[in-house]
Design a protein around this ligand. Structure first.
Ligand code: ATP
Ligand code: ZN
Ligand code: MG
Length: 531
């Protein structure tokens, strides 16, 4: 990527330069910097250059200058080098550099949209341009044609010295690279590769189980969007599924239960990577700016007088501190944050089933299959790379047995884009065989569609790195996780087998206390009767 930087800055000094240094001394200073300091580290003929300067200010206490550069010594790095050197140069004369003001900073980037054009029509190109309407710390974005087919992107930055110290320009360039990459994946489908397919199974139902359960009064839509109240019958089914998971998978594989937090502060999502892209799907959590009742009195009064909750007023009195649980494992990692694990405790296997998960699914909501509030058990394991990969295999083996033998499902397993790349907006990145996600899908007879009902992911060193967790031996610490959606398990089972318990497998009936192998016949609980 060809890049040009053009920076105009104002170095404010503690005293007048007039009479202190002669113009020819400054000329010589600048010449020397251009020849040495501003080229340091760059290939021959490359680097930065001061192309113009002038002593200014009412007292002559400022020096204005313009630096142009290539990507080898970026103009802001050149400016910092220059500021330091100029400080030394003036120091001998008892004058110092007080501060730096950035008057103008333009970055021109070669913007070859070839990838986009390949993808087809000018529409894609327009889409890319559209998305570049706004960038942080950028006042203006211009896209212009340069020689021939080439186009360039000209960014006019709004940054101060602190912003340059934070490396905002470098991060912006990285962001552009990522956006370009993302645009080239747009329209390409996510990776999907069949790993395993079960035999065909007998189906006993052809309706949508959500509708049938609602009709029978087993479940009812709750007041919130994508939220259901599960009656005693449905709850019995969920708990039975959970019991199957615990007795067939967690227990034999040596898992211990933990309770993970369900409110997730920004700090956690920054470390887990979710802060890069969770925004359109997050359920946001806010706290009052103060719990002083006087501060809130007008809100309560408004409600008492109108019967309406004044949401706009509330928005001004609260602060967004994070979100509700989206994926279960990120807040768990705080337990290990900054620690070194003893080799002898590996591999570690824990699971959480302590609360709900929340995602804003927008128009995608459907029955109990796609909800805004759902129930999931998440298994997390950690160890050396070999241990983590080995355990993922054991886990996959157990799951296969559960789906084929215990639940008697028709299902398949596929290697897909790892969830963390998808969630970070990097879906489409070629999935490696070492790190990645296996999705479990089952066919829903009523629609003929396949539904993902759980996954197994090997996350590599992503979480240990993000939360600074180390291993005694110094070897790389890896981890994996598996999210088991209870509503999805239920949706799949009921869609294939129906709501009559006689059609469920004996082992599942036993788990539900409904008379399985050698058990007394039981019934699903009937609690409510309506008039
Ligand atoms: P989908 O592609 O269906 O949106 P996902 O890839 O977003 O799923 P993951 O992030 O892999 O799902 O979440 C792990 C598991 O959590 C899923 O396999 C599923 O069991 C459950 N899950 C995720 N989103 C929902 C939802 N909206 N409603 C119910 N269960 C869900
Ligand atoms: Zn996880
Ligand atoms: Mg999803």
């Amino acid at each position: 990527m060809n890049i040009e930087f053009q920076l105009r800055a104002n170095l404010k000094c503690s005293g007048s330069l007039r009479g202190t240094v002669s113009p020819s001394e400054i000329t010589e200073f600048v010449r020397a910097c251009n020849a040495g300091l501003l080229k340091r580290g760059a290939p021959p003929g490359c680097g930065a250059k001061v192309v113009w300067w002038q002593v200014a200010g009412s007292e002559g206490e400022e020096i204005w200058l313009e630096i142009v550069s290539d990507r080898f010594v970026r103009a802001h790095d050149a400016l910092f080098r220059l500021k330091k050197e100029f400080g030394k140069f003036l120091g001998r004369r008892r004058v110092g550099v007080r501060s730096v003001e950035i008057e103008e900073y333009e970055i021109a980037v070669e913007w070859d949209e070839a990838g986009e054009r390949e993808a087809g029509e000018g529409e894609a190109e327009a889409g890319l341009r559209l998305r570049l309407k706004k960038l942080p710390f950028v006042k203006e974005i211009k896209q212009e044609a340069v020689a021939g087919e080439k186009r360039q992107l000209r960014l006019s930055l709004a940054v101060d010295e602190a912003g340059l110290e934070q490396r905002i320009p470098d991060r912006l360039l990285k962001l552009l690279e990522e956006k370009k990459e993302a645009a080239s994946w747009k329209g390409k489908s996510e990776h999907w590769e069949l790993l395993f397919e079960s035999e065909k199974k007998q189906f006993y139902f052809e309706k949508d189980p959500t509708e049938e359960m609602a009709r029978r009064g087993w479940i009812k839509h709750a007041a919130g969007r994508g939220q259901w109240i599960f009656g005693p019958q449905a709850t019995r089914i969920f708990r039975a599924l959970e019991r199957v998971l615990l007795t067939e998978v967690c227990k034999p594989l040596g898992y211990e239960e933990m309770i993970f937090p369900k409110f997730v502060p920004w700090e956690v999502w920054k470390r887990s990577g979710h802060a890069k892209g969770i925004y359109p799907e997050a359920y946001y959590v806010c706290t009052p700016k103060t719990r002083d009742p006087e501060f809130w009195e007008e809100v309560a009064d408004y409600y008492k007088v109108t019967g309406e909750v004044p949401r706009e007023k509330i928005m001004q009195k609260i602060e967004c501190v994070g979100g509700l649980c989206y994926a279960q494992c990120p807040p768990f990692w705080v337990f290990l944050q900054g620690k070194t694990l003893a080799d002898e405790c590996l591999p570690i296997k824990v699971f959480d089933r302590s609360g709900t998960s929340h995602r804003y699914e927008s128009g995608g909501l459907h029955g109990i299959e796609r909800l805004d509030e759902f129930h999931r058990v998440e298994l997390v394991w950690l160890g050396t790379k070999e241990q983590v990969q080995e355990h993922a295999k054991e886990l996959q083996e157990r799951y296969r047995r559960v789906f084929s033998e215990v639940l008697d499902l028709e299902w398949r397993e596929a290697w897909v884009t790892p969830w963390f790349l998808a969630q970070e907006g990097r879906a489409g990145l070629a999935a490696s065989k070492e790190v990645g996600t296996a999705d479990y899908e089952a066919v829903l007879p009523y629609s003929g569609k396949w539904l993902e009902f759980q996954n197994v992911s090997v996350n590599g060193d992503k979480y240990p790195k993000g939360f600074s967790v180390k291993l005694q031996s110094g070897a790389e610490l890896w981890s994996g996780c598996s999210g088991v959606g209870l509503e999805r398990w239920a949706a799949v089972l009921l869609a294939q087998k129906g709501l009559e318990k006689e059609k469920w497998s004996a082992r599942f009936r036993a788990a539900a206390g409904l008379g399985g192998e050698g058990e007394r016949e039981g019934e699903l609980p009937e609690v409510f009767k309506f008039l």
